[in-house]
Design a protein around this ligand. Sequence first.
Ligand SMILES: [Zn+2]
Length: 316
Amino acid sequence: MPKPGYPRSIMEFTRQFATEEQCLDYLVRCRWPDGFRCRRCGGEKSWPRPDRKAMRCAGCDLITTVTAGTAMHRSRLPLKSWMWAAYLVATDKRGVSALGLQRQLGLTRYETAYQMLQKLRTAMVAPERTQLSGVVEIDETLIGAPFRGRKDRTASDKAVVVGAVEVLPTKKSTQPGRIRLRHVATSSKPRLMAFVKDSVERGALVITDGHETYDEVEKLGYEHGIESTTMGEAQENVLKHLHMVFSNLKTWIEGTHHGGVSKKHLQRYLDEFTFRFNRRHTPQAAFQTILGIAAKMPPHTYEQVYAGEPAAPLPF
Ligand SMILES: [Zn+2]
């Protein structure tokens, strides 16, 4: 039996996840696409226990939870709340703030919404393993004013973000493909080159502005293209896909999070933006990924992810 599909509309979603029993059934089918099987006795018959977010084996009475290894693990909130939270996070283009989630779900405490979001975001942090390829634009930008309220703000208060976007051919023009974004301490050559090496497949055509920082990409095994106004290119055509991405990123950070993103957490927001951008054509599939039920992904913590521990690749 194939895994259950994704809800394709809000109507479908409402029907599919109306009760705790339905939510549990969905999770069971995600976890055991070929049907439940008890790990203790091998029994294939079981009874749902929605109150425990679990299945009880009819043969040996063992209770197996269905939330282990997912964002919902050890949560006391109803499964329905989790389904809605994941749906909102996956399908709302602007993303959801903790306050927004608290209101939408009717939660009493802000802290509860905040914790839910943090857990759902962990799945978005899952490092994307495949590198960008083909034609790739690379550039840096400065993000926001992380230290709000300071009058003597200088450029050094802003965070440097280096980004990459695939440029895909269309019939008449080009369009953006997948992106990568990284918060770097400074825009020094070694840091930028490390980003290129990590993010872009060798042999790709790397397009940058005329800045000398990127002169070495050829040595690293890339082709190098330059788009620059000094080379006669119109300003709006210089790295236009990446500048569109940067512009959307800034709008999102300033809009959804009111510009209040600290440098400490910036990478996490970049990951969320990247996750959503790269799945903009399949938001419903992102729903399963966020809940942690898309693949057998080992649960990992924020710290592990940033310590560079490997995570299982995403299924799409
Ligand atoms: Zn059993």
